[in-house]
Design a binder for this molecule. Structure first.
Ligand code: IVH
Length: 684
């Protein structure tokens, strides 16, 4: 007992509970019932009051407080956890005949019993499992390999449609499963913003949802506007759950889960087929993506009778929609030049409606793609959109007459600067070699350099870079570090990108701060062909500093994990150019990180030897051991007179405890350990 716990905090505790309950209720009404009961202003005020109280009295703050919706906690790592019930997948098919077979087989196996099916949407997202005990969210875990997944609880709490506390009646201990999806409008808004910031857009909502759940910064995840669609409920005590799947979902809705209303109880194969046909067309009117229909036997008692194969239950099946395909005329071909000089041919199409959007353009990949398919202006092309949001040209429509134009002659000079294009050995595409004189290459490199995953100078958007380039202030990435405040002010007068006093200060500050960006991202920022984020990391970690990287031979470069011959060649070529070496030298002089920093831990556990035993909630076994070493301590496998502390997790055996007591070794809890490692004293 410490001195402070005797002070009466009852009024504060009550107020905090009151606020939390009210905010929870308002959130529920807003997200589930589309009802705004108070003004945004009033809502923010309550939230802020609760945040302030939590800051003042952290010991009273609930881990399930609605303030967690906003995020803010940083995920250091995503702990791997075992699923209590394995996360099975479903058998799936693209064929209606196989659905008929499934239905006939199920009927036969159930041999005259009364039963029905539920048909529901197959959400195209990321499967997660949520554990609730006593109505409180305990844990959110990704599917992983079905047996072990990642603990993403902190990020899951930021998703408004995941209840933190359940309403009404609920089982005491159970698990809920569903899919986290990225609604189309939020997804498209996010992609527009990414493009404006010079980042690569997400390929599709599913990937984006999956990436969001693994964001380190939960506040960032909160901004993503993800949606959780609940589709399954299970418990150790299955009997207390309702006897049909349909009723279980109905019940879940009353507990506060987002259960999509598009579920239908079907009695026969005709009902099932009608449901499939309806959604095959209507799916594009939904606010989120689905990739098929799931058909389940409704009576849960029959699930056991039908059983499970090695991978999936026999009482359910997924019908997957085929990618939607349309045919449209190729009006013309234009050519885009990227930052590395690579030329991409783009099809300009007669606008056509496909999968919820109008498609006007699609990539034609490269010169080989065009010549292999013999694509000509005037042809009708087949365009497909599957899970990907970006439509793909898959061929020429065989049912339409050919366009009649002459074979496409690929351009041989750069459409931007007129320089003859070159084609490197073994490569499918052409590129413009005039890297220092070709406008989209120069500006593209600058945009890449400042982008979030590179140097993260976020105040320098494409418009401003263009301004700086036009004003002759920035020609290459090193010039950015030479900019002075006085040169910036007033730049671009009467344009939306005008730089004023305040923004000039912010810009200079962001540029200064970017000097702290780690070496691996500097390597990526240089914009060497084929060196992406991962490549930058691998190269930086392998060579440790710029000199070793810069002077490495092609053979040495190819030794690096994930770096193939083509990349090795591109890296070598890049550093072989004098202009590039000069840029690197200048960046070094401006103080950018040119070597990997060695991470130094502290020495809070200096001279101590710790033994760990049992299961921990914050760390895996390996993590706690690494943590001890990081803080300067030693880890030992067995207790001896040299042991300083025994860190006891859950389920530690009684022998260990006895032995420690016999040797007089203090036994500390996981929390004590965390306090000790952070520099405060442990209590035994
Ligand atoms: S039921 C044991 N229902 O599709 C049955 N799954 O391979 C559990 N999915 O792993 C799955 N929508 O990730 C079910 N309405 C739905 C679904 C759904 C999407 C996903 C889920 C599952 C995969 C099937």
């Amino acid at each position: 007992m410490d001195l402070f716990s005797s002070i009466d905090l009852e009024p504060e505790r009550k107020r905090m509970e009151e606020l939390a309950a009210e905010i929870d209720r308002l959130n529920y009404e807003y997200y589930m019932n589309d009802r705004s009961l108070v003004s945004d202003f009033e809502f923010d005020r309550m939230l802020r009051e609760l945040q302030d109280l939590e800051r003042q009295y952290p010991e009273l703050a609930s881990p399930l407080s609605p303030t967690k919706r906003v995020g803010g906690e940083i995920n250091k790592s995503f702990r791997q956890v075992q699923h209590r019930f394995p996360m099975l997948s479903l058998g799936n098919t693209y064929s209606i005949e196989e659905i008929e077979d499934f239905e006939a087989r199920t009927r036969k196996l159930l041999d005259g019993k009364e039963f029905s099916y539920t048909c529901e949407l197959k959400y195209d997202g990321v499967a997660i499992g949520l554990t609730y005990r006593h109505g409180l969210l305990q844990q959110a875990v990704t599917r992983g390999n079905g047996t072990v997944g990642d603990d993403i609880t902190t990020n899951a709490k930021t998703i408004p449609s995941i209840p933190l506390r359940l309403r009404g009646e609920y089982p005491d201990d159970f698990e809920v499963r569903g899919e986290v999806v990225y609604p189309f409008d939020a997804f498209e808004a996010a992609n527009r913003q990414r493009e404006a910031e010079g980042e690569d857009p997400f390929a599709n909502p599913r990937n984006a949802a999956s990436g969001s759940l693994k964001l380190q910064d939960s506040a960032e995840c909160a901004k993503r506007k993800l949606l959780f669609c609940m589709y399954f409920m299970m418990g150790p005590d299955d009997v207390i759950l309702k006897p049909t799947h349909y009723e279980r979902l109905e019940w879940a809705r009353q507990m506060g889960f987002m259960v999509q209303p598009y579920i239908k109880e079907c009695r026969n194969i005709d009902d099932i087929k009608a449901f499939i046909q309806h959604w095959d067309k209507a799916r594009w009117e939904l606010p989120f993506g689905i990739d098929g229909i799931v058909i389940k036997v409704n009576q849960t008692a029959l699930w056991e009778q039908l059983g499970t194969t090695a991978k999936s239950p026999r009482w359910a099946i997924a019908y997957k929609f085929k990618a939607e395909r349309v045919s449209t005329r190729l009006e013309s071909i234009s050519y885009q030049v990227g930052r590395t000089g690579v030329v991409t041919p783009v099809a300009n199409l007669t606008p056509v409606w496909l999968g919820g959007t109008t498609v006007k353009r699609a990539t034609l990949v490269n010169a080989d793609f065009i010549s292999k398919m013999d694509i000509r202006v005037g042809d009708h092309l087949l365009i497909e959109k599957g899970g990907e949001i970006i439509p793909k040209v898959t061929g020429i429509d065989p049912d339409q007459p050919r366009g009649g134009a002459a074979p496409t002659r690929y351009i041989n000079v750069c459409p931007e600067c007129g320089t003859p294009l070159v084609r490197a050995d073994g490569e499918a595409g052409y590129y413009c070699p005039n890297s220092d004189g070709c406008h989209p290459q120069i500006v593209g490199r600058l945009e890449h350099f400042v982008s979030r995953k590179a140097m993260n100078i976020d105040t320098l958007g494409p418009e401003r870079l263009e301004l700086l380039y036009q004003a002759g202030l920035v020609r290459n990435v090193a010039d950015i570090y030479q900019l002075e405040r006085s040169q910036l002010i007033g730049l671009g007068a009467d344009q939306s990108a005008t730089i004023q006093d305040k923004s000039a200060d912010a810009l200079i500050k962001a540029i200064q701060q970017s000097r702290e960006v780690p070496f691996e991202r500097v390597v990526y920022a240089l914009g060497i062909r084929y060196v992406g984020e991962v490549g930058g990391k691998k190269l930086a970690r392998y060579f440790k500093d710029i000199d070793h990287l810069m002077n490495a031979s092609e053979e040495e470069l190819a030794q690096v994990e994930d770096v193939g011959d083509v990349t090795a060649h591109a890296v070598r070529q890049w550093f072989d150019r004098d202009e590039h070496r000069q840029i690197v030298e200048r960046l070094r002089q401006y103080g950018l990180q040119m070597e990997t920093r060695i991470e130094h831990g502290d020495n809070t556990l200096d001279g101590m030897t710790l033994v760990v035993s049992g299961v921990f909630s914050r760390f895996s076994r390996d993590e706690i051991k690494a943590d001890i070493e990081h803080h300067g301590g030693k880890v030992s496998g067995s207790l001896s007179s040299k042991t300083t502390y025994l860190v006891a997790g859950e389920k530690m055996g009684p022998e260990k405890r006895k032995k420690a007591e016999k040797l007089g070794i203090p036994i500390i809890s996981e929390d004590d350990y965390v306090a000790l490692a952070s520099g405060s004293q442990a209590q035994s």
